[in-house]
Ligand binder design. Structure first.
Ligand SMILES: Nc1ncnc2c1ncn2[C@@H]1O[C@H](COP(=O)(O)OP(=O)(O)OP(=O)(O)O)[C@@H](O)[C@H]1O
Length: 264
């Protein structure tokens, strides 16, 4: 198995005593779309931030392609370029007055300066489902949430990463825009071999997009396995509890509680 990202005994305490990550060990293989699920406050974002170097672990290691990574400041440009992060809020992630072109030009310039191969902005936009030169000249403030999130995705593609970590990147989108992001992730995975780690609470996304699931509960990985196995025959009591609290389980399929009408 070709391991891309590995957490080895990661612990994180905030303010010296609140344990948020508790001996997290996991391996993300190359070529997969993995999901990280679990209750709100369980530590998913913190783990993603430790992976991307935005947060320092209290102890333990992050290995990327077999090499130990420190926090963002200590990482090489190539490591940062190869491991990209897409944030939850597409409105906060991009500067309102910038044009799409300038957002995408920044990583191009950084790659050029460092002699790294990059994806031309037009191609990145096409992968992100925003084909057409017209988009390059648009200001960010004129774009919808779904379009902004696709610009964020295009920006992350420029450096030709190996892995994209997306933290609830569809949470602020409507169902149609979220499904479109899912289809794009799948296409990027199948055609470019790009790997993903996705934090999501969206049952449809899990069913249609991911192939492997990690369940995080109170800062610890309580279950990990292929999607079909974890969703259909969860081995940890917590996994079933979580799924029942989030989704209505009916006829072998999952329906998100939020998407159900309550009887009058
Ligand atoms: N900078 C910080 N300082 C102190 N506590 C923090 C900090 N960041 C996160 N926490 C705490 O760590 C815990 C885990 O938060 P985290 O955001 O990782 O959870 P999560 O699983 O991503 O939740 P959600 O699904 O709601 O986004 C929470 O109790 C949170 O309050």
């Amino acid at each position: 198995m070709n391991i891309l990202l590995e957490a080895v005994g990661l612990n994180k305490k905030f303010n010296g005593n609140t344990t948020v990550l508790n001996n997290v060990c996991l391996k993300i293989r190359r070529g997969g779309i993995a999901a990280l699920i679990g209750e709100s406050g369980g530590g998913k974002t913190t783990l993603c931030r430790v992976f991307t170097g935005l947060e320092k672990a209290s102890s333990g290691k992050v290995l990327f392609k077999g090499k130990e990574l420190g926090t963002l400041r200590g990482r090489s440009f190539d490591d940062c370029a190869s491991l990209q992060y897409i944030f939850q809020d597409p409105y906060a992630a991009l500067e309102e007055e910038s044009t799409v072109s300038s957002v995408l030009q920044e990583p191009v310039n950084m790659c050029s300066r460092r002699g790294r191969d990059y994806m031309p902005p037009q191609e990145a936009l096409t992968w992100a489902g925003l084909a057409g030169a017209a988009f390059l000249g648009r200001k960010i403030k004129t774009l919808s949430g779904g379009q902004r999130q696709r610009v964020s995705l295009a920006r992350s593609l420029i450096t030709r990463p190996d892995l994209i970590i997306a933290d609830e990147c569809t949470a602020m989108l409507d169902a149609q825009a979220a499904a479109e992001i899912g289809r794009i992730f799948k296409k990027l995975n199948q055609k470019l071999g790009l790997s993903f780690l996705i934090v999501t609470h969206d049952a449809q996304f899990l069913y249609q997009v991911v192939d492997y699931i990690y369940v995080l509960h109170e800062g610890a990985i309580v279950e990990a396995g292929p999607k079909d196995r974890v969703l259909n025959i969860p081995s940890a009591g917590y996994t079933r509890e979580y799924m029942e609290s989030m989704w209505e389980i009916e006829g072998g399929g999952l329906i998100e509680q939020d998407h159900l009408c309550q009887p009058q």
